[in-house]
Design a protein around this ligand. Structure first.
Ligand code: DSN
Length: 403
């Protein structure tokens, strides 16, 4: 590389990533093949449109790359291509969620999503994001005592508020989610169920979390968390569920949810897709459809449980008492007797352990300096860590935080 400044910075970041213990729940390490696809000449190509229907010439190869990514995504999640379609163009999770709202609900309609401070996501209707500006959030919360989802409370809220769409799938929720119960709630009030499985997509692929496809109207995901691909997004939608709408000229138009999603992504939301990213996603999807990935997903859960349980034994309060997946929240504030989330994150970073500060359910402190930290094990499991390493890591974290 001729640009020595960037070359040095890239080398420094590579070194940093190798040196630290990475417990950021939404990060992972991609394979060399994924990196090669990302750094390929496909980044030079414009390909507005979809395979076979492009607005630019020269897309014969690109069409094959995008089609392969679609086929691999449907195969990985065991979806029948006659019934399901997948859009692999969203630049990441937030644009994927916008595309769904834009396709399915009218401006100003209600989005019932988990409160960000309890483990939701900005794009699930929070008022600082587009999703809360163009639509209206009906926030839901966890049960105060168990710190888990309370489906009866969700049903009561849905009946009262009558949202147009309910979002399930979270950024800091460590327990299994009943997609069936979420769909029953959505059906009771005539709402769509959007499952945003960004955090757990790799666990779903590896059989460690039930798949949402039987119950969701639409499923969005990022590709770079537990799924271990490059940064990116995908939207899975049914081809055999139709929506009828009256157009401005008074005529009725019936379209499948998948067709509405396709139009919403392009031209409704984005221009040219990032083909290098789609090539990287295709590589990652193939990697995820292997016995070794299944083993990896199982190890992620074992490692996370081991780390959470050991920290609990060492006296730390783990939100909801434990974890079923790749992530958990730890209360470091302990009613003022401990550290703030920011202090804990800074102290750990100085010792080479990277976490992020995070609010805990019903946090009395601000999101800028909350009471907790979020810990995830997907990245360190990719680096080969096992349960014995997690026991050691728990003791290390405990020692650093109690200094
Ligand atoms: N996906 C979020 C996270 O969990 O880190 C950021 O948007």
């Amino acid at each position: 590389m001729k640009d020595t400044k960037i070359k040095n910075l890239l080398a420094a970041e590579k070194k940093r990533q190798k040196k630290v213990v990475n417990l950021i729940a939404s990060e992972n390490y991609v394979s060399d093949d994924v990196l090669k696809a990302l750094g390929s000449e496909t980044t030079n190509k414009y390909a507005e449109g979809y395979p076979g229907k492009r607005y630019y010439a020269g897309n014969v190869i690109v069409d094959q790359i995008e089609t392969l990514a679609q086929e691999r995504a449907l195969t990985l999640f065991k979806l029948n291509p006659k019934k399901w379609g997948v859009n692999v163009q969203p630049l990441s999770g937030s644009p994927a969620n916008i595309a769904v709202y834009q396709a399915l609900i009218t401006p100003g309609a209600k989005i019932m999503g988990m409160d960000l401070a309890q483990g939701g996501h900005l794009t699930h209707g929070h008022n600082v994001s587009f999703s809360g500006k163009f639509w209206k959030q009906v926030p839901y919360t966890l049960d105060k005592k168990t710190e888990k989802l309370d489906y009866d409370a969700l049903l009561t809220l849905a009946k009262k508020e009558k949202p147009a769409i309910i979002v399930a799938g979270y950024t800091a929720y460590s327990r299994k989610i009943s997609w069936k119960k979420m769909r029953e709630i959505a059906d009771t009030v005539g709402a769509y169920l959007l499952v945003d499985m960004s955090h757990i997509a790799g666990l779903v692929a590896g059989g460690e979390h039930p798949a949402p496809f039987k119950y969701a109207h639409v499923v969005t995901t990022t590709t770079h968390k537990t799924l271990r691909g490059p940064r990116g997004g995908m939207i899975f939608a049914p081809k055999d569920v139709f929506i009828e709408r009256t157009l401005k000229n008074g005529t009725l138009k019936k379209e499948s949810i998948f067709d509405l999603i396709q139009k919403s992504v392009f031209p409704g939301m984005q221009g040219g897709p990032h083909i290098n990213q789609i090539a990287g996603i295709a590589v990652a999807l193939k990697e995820a459809n292997t016995a070794s990935f299944k083993k990896y997903a199982g190890q992620v859960v074992k490692n996370t449980k081991t780390l959470a349980n050991e920290l609990k034994k060492l006296g730390w309060r783990i939100i909801s008492g434990g974890t079923d997946n790749h992530v958990f929240l730890m209360d470091v504030w302990n009613d003022g007797k401990g550290l703030t989330g920011k202090e804990a994150s800074d102290i750990l970073e100085a010792a080479g352990i990277i976490v992020n500060m995070n609010t805990i359910p019903y946090d009395a402190r601000s999101p800028f300096n909350p009471s907790g930290i979020r810990i995830g094990c997907a990245a360190e499991t990719t680096r080969g860590k096992k349960e014995k390493d997690m026991l050691q890591l728990a003791r290390q974290i405990d020692k650093i935080l109690r200094k």
